[in-house]
Design a protein around this ligand. Structure first.
Ligand SMILES: Nc1nc2c(ncn2[C@@H]2O[C@H](COP(=O)(O)OP(=O)(O)OP(=O)(O)O)[C@@H](O)[C@H]2O)c(=O)[nH]1
Ligand SMILES: [Mg+2]
Length: 232
């Protein structure tokens, strides 16, 4: 990539994260990014106000679902006069370490990679930050991707970065829990240059909405496996 400073936008799906979204925004390296886009997924708390007070852009996605929230963020980006070079995704519950974004995007800015995943499997997990079924589910999904596409991933982590031009080629569709695996399966199918860095992961702020609930785990698990086989 030429000397021109790369343009990086950050997409953060958020549903009722008023107690954490400000910490996430605060820890993002400001000199690295152009815009922080909080995709407010019909929150009933003060997520939007807290995020705006921190200087972030807030876009509203009335339709629930992790993928829906991310798609709204991409819709906002697509309307820009100057499109970004890279888009970074991370969660709003402060389980990721936003300051690790510099290391995550570096291989893309150096022109070596197209998609970078922050791997919690390679990184340091705070005890209790991921459930055994979540760890097993990610292992199973990444093993299936390796089996079908010979692409080695170790996690379906939310903290990731992708070259915008490749993100457009991938043409993301999923509206709920299949978002992360859809991106990785399609990246493998398009033979994108994918990489991972170890990232730290801590317990989320607030009560678990997905991984810590039976319903959330089953729904997410089912959607992830369904997405892998649907895209075969
Ligand atoms: N659960 C849920 N999260 C959403 C939704 N829309 C956006 N999000 C955000 O998506 C991110 C991931 O959701 P999480 O609930 O953290 O999912 P998880 O990390 O698998 O599980 P927990 O952190 O244990 O709840 C968070 O930033 C949420 O606020 C939605 O409809 N449902
Ligand atoms: Mg979480």
């Amino acid at each position: 990539m030429s000397e021109k400073k790369a343009i990086i936008d950050v997409v953060i799906p958020a549903f009722n994260e008023e107690n954490s979204v400000d910490k996430v925004i605060e820890d993002i390296p400001k000199s690295l990014v152009r815009e922080i886009i909080i995709c407010n997924n019909a929150s009933t708390d003060r997520t939007a106000q807290v995020a705006r007070a921190k200087g972030a852009t807030v876009v509203l996605q009335p339709e629930r679902g992790y993928g829906n929230a991310c798609l709204k963020g991409l819709e906002h980006i697509a309307q820009k006069a100057i499109l970004p070079d890279v888009v970074v995704f991370l969660d709003a519950d402060y389980s990721d370490y936003p300051e690790e974004m510099t290391g995550l995007v570096a291989p893309i800015l150096q022109g070596e990679k197209d998609l970078m995943i922050g791997s919690r499997a390679l990184g340091n997990l705070e005890p209790g930050s991921m459930t055994p079924q979540q760890i097993f589910g990610n292992w199973l999904a990444t093993t299936l991707i390796y089996f079908f596409y010979n692409y080695k991933f170790t996690d379906l982590g939310p903290f990731r970065a992708i070259r915008y031009s490749e993100l457009l080629d991938i043409n993301m569709q999923d509206k709920t829990y299949g978002w992360t695996v859809e991106m990785q399966v399609k990246a493998a199918k398009l033979k994108l240059r994918c990489g991972e860095i170890p990232v730290q992961y801590r317990k989320r702020v607030g009560h678990s909405k997905i991984s810590g609930t039976i319903k959330g785990t089953i729904l997410a698990g089912h959607k992830i496996l369904w997405t892998i086989f649907k895209l075969l």
